[in-house]
Every structure is written in structure tokens, then in C-alpha cells.
Design a protein around this ligand. Structure first.
Ligand SMILES: NC(=O)c1ccc[n+]([C@@H]2O[C@H](COP(=O)([O-])OP(=O)(O)OC[C@H]3O[C@@H](n4cnc5c(N)ncnc54)[C@H](OP(=O)(O)O)[C@@H]3O)[C@@H](O)[C@H]2O)c1
Length: 382
């Protein structure tokens, strides 16, 4: 378990960097401000962008998302991109290259924070190129591509944050990039997916419901696989970047993928913990109950208060301190001691009155009340 925020120079950091000790020609060229040499990893494609991409890599202002074919007069102006307070792009000597498949709410948020942490942003793939371009503008870097025709250049880390049922599509895109057995130099890497370091990249997805096993087809091509689920709700990238520092990420998978995921999480300011791969479904059920389940339950309270004559907005306002106090007690002293209400008081008369009130309105609400009351009695016995 690693419940601590980023610790530069920590053992896991060192292990990860040791695995990437051989500096790629691309990084060396970027650092020297030289044009990049083309290779089969797809860097050829970027040649037209080299001076602009290098300017971004060196921390200078540029819009790297502009098409190489775009004319100066029609270049779209980058929107101001929010950064968490006090965070400027950190430039490290060797920056890892990350590509993102599925740059929606989660992918764009993590991409932006990775960029600020000094990562080099590689390919950014969405279903539509327009979405990918929007994401690269928010992130501040990256090469936007549409999924249907995407070919990935070499990356140290590939982050898949498509909807869950689109992860197999993302896997197919990555497999398209497996090196072809052409020429003697390629023989060593034939059929393998390689990172700029020449080593295999780590591929991680951000789904909570699925485990790393959904990435299994990539294993035989030399990649390590894992998942890295942010235990947080993402409503919009702009609104979530500042929440990451207070968020935990659940990590599972191969050792190397876990190291890469843990490093990414710490670099973007989050905290991580590990579970066993086979526990992922139960883990996700727990997360769903704590988030969507809680919202559903509270929606019953809101509707009941509306029946008592309160406007929905007022009902939310009056319940809010009660909910926050309850959550604070839970965090401080655990569920049994945080429990208040008629059950810990063994007040059966009140429980019966509550049930009579609900039964006159909605039988499902009554059933939920009964089940939760049963759970309260169980908690008192734990
Ligand atoms: N949202 C949350 O609160 C949250 C929290 C934790 C974990 N997660 C997990 O994170 C993942 C992403 O969730 P999200 O909320 O960020 O989703 P989202 O906002 O709907 O974004 C999904 C992105 O995937 C792209 N996409 C769809 N099909 C694709 C394909 N075949 N190839 C490449 N890209 C494709 C979409 O492109 P277009 O824009 O072009 O359609 C979009 O940019 C899911 O696994 C989810 O379970 C979400």
C-alpha cells in the first residue's frame, strides 16, 4: 500500500527510473534542442512539428496542437488552461512520454496534470479528431488523432481512459503499433510494442469496474498491464484538476505497470493504494455504493422533504450540514460509533412510526428503510 503523496527519490521512483536509465535518442535530441531523428515509432510523422513541439518541451509558449498544414493566419488561439494553484510545469531532465487513448473527463484531467508535472505528452486519441484537438488544447500539448485512423508513436506509458466497453478498441489501436518484422534492425523488436527507451511500455486503464485482465492481449507483445482507477467523480476536467490532490487511486496489475501507475499518481499529486486483481469487481461495487448509492439514498430524503413542502434547493441546503456532519463522524470514528438515530437508542416506537409514514407513500422506500435499519442493528453488534 502506498498512501503517501509524491516522494521524489523514493525507492519506487528510483526503481522506475532505473528501468528507464537508457535515455532515448528522442529525449536527448529534445534536450539538446536538436531536430528529432525519425524512426519507425512514428516520430517521422511529427517532423513538421519539430520546432514547435521542442519549444513546448522546453517549457516555452506554443500551441503544439496546431496542424502542420495549418496556416499561420488561421491558427486557433489556445484557451487559457487552468492549473491547480501554485503548480507550474515542472521540467525534469528525463521526462517520460505518455500517450492517452480516450481523452474525455478523466484522460484530459490526468493529461493536463501529467503535462504540468513535466511529462511529455505523445498521442491523444478520441473517437473524433475534434475531441482530441479540444483535449490537447486543454492539456497544453500532444498530437491529436481520431481513433479510426490512429497510429501511436512510442510512449513509456499508455493511459486508456475510454468508456469501459471501448477499452478493447483502444487495445486494438495499440496493437496496430506493434513493430513489424521489417529489416534486420527490427528483428529484435518484431511483434513487440516498444517505448522510447527501447523497453516495453506500461499500459494502464482507468476503469473501476474492469481489471487489468481486459488488457491481456497486449501482454504477449511485451507490455506490462495494469489499472489505475481514480476514486473520484470527474464532472469536467477544469473542475477536477484541483481535486486530484485529495484523491486516492486504486492500482492493480503487473509489477512494472503498478510502478508506472504509482509514479504517475504521485507525480500528479494524488495518492494510491493497491488491491489484488481478482478483487476489482468487489472494490468497484463498494465504490458505487459510496457514490451513486449514497446519492440515490439521499434523493429519497430530498423527495420526502419536498412532500413536506420544501423547495428542492432548500431541501438540499437543510440536509447538507447533517450529511457533512455524518460523513465527518464516519471518517473520524468508523461506522458503528458514527451511528445516530433511533437504532442505537433502541427506540422501536420511532422506527415503527418512520415505517408507517413511508409505507403510505412508496413501498420501495419502505423496503430500503427496513434493509438499512437491519444493517444498523448489525453494526451495533460488530
Ligand atoms: N467520470 C468519472 O467520474 C470517472 C471516475 C473514475 C473512473 N472513470 C473511468 O474512466 C474512464 C473514462 O471515463 P470518462 O468519464 O472520462 O469518459 P468520457 O468523458 O465519456 O470520455 C471518454 C473519451 O473516450 C473517447 N473514446 C470513445 N471511444 C473511443 C475509442 N474507440 N477510441 C478512443 N477513444 C474513444 C471519447 O472520444 P469522443 O469525445 O470523440 O467521443 C472521449 O474522449 C472510464 O473507464 C470510467 O469508468 C470515470
Amino acid at each position: 500500500m502506498c498512501l503517501a503523496p509524491a516522494r521524489p527519490g523514493s525507492e519506487t521512483d528510483t526503481v522506475y527510473h532505473r528501468a528507464h536509465q537508457r535515455e532515448s535518442p528522442f529525449v536527448a535530441a529534445s534536450l539538446a534542442g536538436m531536430p528529432r531523428g525519425g524512426d519507425r515509432s512514428g516520430n517521422d510523422r511529427h517532423r513538421g512539428l519539430t520546432p514547435r513541439m521542442d519549444a513546448t518541451n522546453m517549457g516555452l509558449r506554443a500551441d503544439p496542437t496546431d496542424s502542420p498544414r495549418g496556416t499561420m493566419g488561421h491558427r486557433k488561439k489556445a484557451k487559457p488552461v487552468p492549473a491547480p494553484p501554485g503548480r507550474n510545469r515542472r521540467m525534469t531532465k528525463k521526462h517520460l512520454r505518455i500517450s492517452i487513448l480516450g481523452a474525455g473527463k478523466v484522460g484530459t484531467t490526468l493529461g493536463r496534470l501529467a503535462y504540468l508535472a513535466g511529462y511529455e505528452i505523445g498521442d491523444v486519441v478520441c473517437r473524433s479528431r475534434a475531441s482530441a484537438r479540444k483535449a490537447t488544447r486543454f492539456i497544453g500539448a500532444g498530437y491529436p488523432q481520431a481513433a479510426a485512423r490512429a497510429t501511436l508513436s512510442r510512449s513509456d506509458l499508455i493511459l486508456i481512459s475510454t468508456p469501459d466497453d471501448r477499452i478493447p478498441d483502444a487495445v486494438r489501436i495499440i496493437l496496430r503499433g506493434a513493430e513489424l518484422p521489417a529489416g534486420p534492425v527490427k528483428r529484435r523488436t518484431a511483434g513487440r510494442i516498444v517505448a522510447p527507451s527501447g523497453l516495453a511500455p506500461a499500459v494502464i486503464h482507468t476503469s473501476g469496474a474492469l481489471s487489468s485482465s481486459v488488457l491481456e492481449p497486449l501482454r504477449s507483445h511485451g507490455t506490462s498491464i495494469g489499472s489505475c482507477h481514480p476514486l473520484q467523480t470527474f464532472q469536467s476536467p477544469a473542475g477536477t484538476v484541483s481535486l486530484i490532490g485529495r484523491s486516492y487511486f486504486c492500482i492493480e496489475g503487473d509489477d512494472r505497470a503498478k510502478l508506472a501507475a504509482g509514479k504517475l499518481v504521485r507525480d500528479v499529486g494524488g495518492r494510491c493504494f493497491e488491491i489484488r486483481t481478482q478483487m476489482k469487481p468487489l472494490y468497484h461495487a463498494a465504490a458505487v455504493l459510496a457514490s451513486g448509492g449514497l446519492i440515490s439514498l439521499l434523493s429519497i430524503s430530498l423527495e420526502a422533504l419536498a412532500m413536506c413542502g420544501l423547495e428542492e434547493r432548500d431541501a438540499r441546503r437543510v440536509l447538507s450540514p447533517l450529511i457533512q456532519g455524518t460523513v465527518a463522524n464516519l471518517e473520524k470514528s468508523g461506522p458503528a460509533r458514527a451511528l445516530t438515530g433511533p437504532v442505537p437508542r433502541r427506540d422501536t416506537g420511532t422506527i415503527e412510526r418512520n415505517m408507517r409514514a413511508l409505507s403510505g407513500i412508496n413501498q420501495n422506500w419502505l423496503a430500503i428503510y427496513e434493509l438499512l435499519t437491519e444493517r444498523c442493528f448489525e453494526l451495533l453488534c460488530i
